[in-house]
Design a protein around this ligand. Structure first.
Ligand SMILES: Cc1cc2nc3c(=O)[nH]c(=O)nc-3n(C[C@H](O)[C@H](O)[C@H](O)COP(=O)(O)O)c2cc1C
Length: 241
């Protein structure tokens, strides 16, 4: 089984998305999957220019021969695709969206009705099933609402399936091992287990997802702590990534 993942956080290995993704992929690897992960920020990927030459002139081939040529192949050769993105302005990062836009050469231009809805015909390329892995700064789970809805729509558009979403609000809790050792340990163990569950069951248990996204600190205390953190960052003139 092949898993292809992208980390679409511009902070790459310094960010919380990376921590969560690493744990998830570790679990998947331990369960026997072949895993490949790419930091989009380190790749050369231009915006889609909307020419649609990839549909009408050179079917399946984009006018831009940049790193997406290789990444598109990795995408279609995988059984599962994991999109790792932090929440940016209630959605995915620009890196994630640009990657997804640039998958358009894989799409068949012709339309058909699917469940009474106008869709593109199913791609001739094998499209992997999708997993969303995301972190966000605020502490409520509903901050992922727009992103999860978007991924559900994308999976419907690509005529594939969103297997599930690995979501960690209050992302910086992932580096608070000293303050919240038990919770951080449980979140990390559950994230590893989620990777294993994907390989062994093709789904995630509710218990695992709930442990990953668990509330660790009541909102009022979280807000006070976050504001102290901002005081310190402003004093130092530096955000710790
Ligand atoms: C430009 C920008 C926009 C953000 N927008 C949101 C947001 O809408 N909601 C939220 O909860 N967090 C938001 N955040 C916080 C990030 O999701 C959070 O810091 C996350 O840990 C960043 O990912 P990283 O650690 O991989 O860099 C935003 C951060 C940035 C830099």
């Amino acid at each position: 089984m092949k898993i292809f993942s992208v980390n679409a956080s511009p902070t790459t290995t310094r960010g919380m998305t990376h921590i969560l993704m690493d744990l998830f992929l570790e679990g998947a690897r331990e369960a026997g999957a072949e895993v490949e992960s790419v930091d989009l920020q380190k790749k050369k990927i231009g915006y889609c220019v909307g020419c649609l030459n990839c549909w009408v002139k050179t079917p399946g081939v984009c006018v831009q021969d940049d790193d997406m040529t290789e990444l598109r192949q990795k995408f279609i050769q995988s059984d599962y695709f994991v999109l790792g993105t932090p929440v940016y302005v209630d959605g995915m990062t620009a890196q994630a969206k640009t990657f997804l836009d640039r998958l358009i050469p894989l799409v068949d231009p012709y339309f058909e009705a699917v469940d009474g809805h106008c869709r593109h015909k199913k791609s001739k390329s094998k499209v992997p099933e999708l997993v969303l892995l995301s972190v966000c700064g605020f502490c409520e789970l509903d901050n992922f609402g727009g992103l999860v809805d978007h991924l559900q729509r994308i999976s419907r558009n690509m005529q594939t399936r969103l297997i599930g979403s690995i979501l960690r609000p209050a992302s910086r809790i992932l580096v608070m091992d000293k303050i919240l050792p038990d919770q951080v340990k449980q979140i990390k163990q559950a994230t590893r287990r989620a990777g294993k569950e994907l390989v062994e069951q093709g789904s995630f248990s509710d218990q695992t997802l709930a442990e990953i996204s668990q509330e660790c600190i009541p909102t009022e205390i979280f807000i006070d702590g976050a504001n102290l953190f901002w005081d310190r960052c402003i004093e130092a003139g530096k955000f710790p990534v």
